[in-house]
Design a protein around this ligand. Structure first.
Ligand SMILES: Nc1nc2c(c(=O)[nH]1)N[C@H]1C(S)=C(S)[C@@H](COP(=O)(O)O)O[C@H]1N2
Ligand SMILES: [Mo]
Length: 238
């Protein structure tokens, strides 16, 4: 990426207003809904999920999230048969988020998944981490977590979830199409144009001098998700 996160501490995150908060579930669904955060929190049982997170820039971390499968929410709104993709739209409030003045990305930050990826039980709607409510800087009050994809796919502070029939644009794909593809599955065999993705540095394992680990296909979740990509050329659909 372009160093947007680097040296830019979450100094404004503390003042983000996360209540009241609503999330619209809209587009190609039988039952569009606008849910306030308290209804969303109660929609399904929250569970702790301990996932590996692999950053596209070559580091990784193990994180205990709290939430439930996004599929629980999607089933509720009854996707139409024409729905093929899900677009995730996040808050872009200039009054609260001075970082939006930076022209690096086309705000709001948006992300996207294919509908079958979004319905996969590993795809998490997260409300907490480390047994606590999500800190503002990590995407309060609700974010996405997709553990077999690079970390940037995990859109934070969601305000809308939109089902579509066309592949939605995503913030990083629009900014640098050749560097960040729509799929962005963790893949040690597809290098970023500017660095290798074969290895990673695990945060918590001895800092800069620790031996790097080999990056695993689909971040080690291949048994669960490889089937989603059967027959696809993942070098082309990176
Ligand atoms: N709303 C929103 N979500 C976002 C981003 C963003 O700028 N806005 N950045 C993405 C990127 S580039 C990264 S690396 C991760 C960072 O998540 P973290 O702050 O929890 O580490 O969030 C992703 N989700
Ligand atoms: Mo990032």
């Amino acid at each position: 990426e372009f160093g947007l996160d680097k040296g830019e501490p979450a100094r404004n995150a503390g003042t983000l207003k996360t209540r009241p908060w609503t999330v619209r579930i809209e587009g190609l669904v039988q039952k569009p809904q606008t849910l306030d955060i308290d209804s969303l929190l109660k929609l399904s049982a929250q569970e702790e999920r301990i996932y590996r997170l692999r950053c596209v820039e070559g580091w990784s971390m193990v994180i205990p999230w709290v939430g439930y499968s996004l599929s629980e929410l999607l089933k509720n709104v009854q996707p139409l048969s024409s729905a093929k993709y899900v677009e995730f739209v996040t808050l872009a409030d200039k009054a609260q988020m001075p970082g939006l003045r930076s022209g690096v990305l086309d705000w709001p930050y948006t992300e996207g998944l294919r509908l079958d990826e979004a319905m996969h039980p590993l795809t998490l709607l997260a409300f907490g981490m480390y047994g606590e409510v999500l800190p503002n800087q990590n995407g309060a009050p609700v974010r996405l977590v997709v553990p077999w994809k690079y970390g940037f796919k995990s859109a934070k502070s969601l305000v809308a979830i939109r089902l579509t029939d066309k592949e939605p644009g995503t913030a990083w794909n629009k900014a640098a199409r050749n560097e960040y593809g729509f799929y962005s599955n963790v893949n040690p065999e597809v290098d970023h144009p500017r660095w290798s993705q074969a290895t990673e540095r695990r945060i918590g394992e001895g800092g800069l001098f620790a031996k790097k680990r080999k990056t695993l296909m689909f971040n080690g979740y291949g048994d669960q998700v490889a089937q989603l990509y059967a027959g696809m050329d993942l070098k082309k659909f990176y």
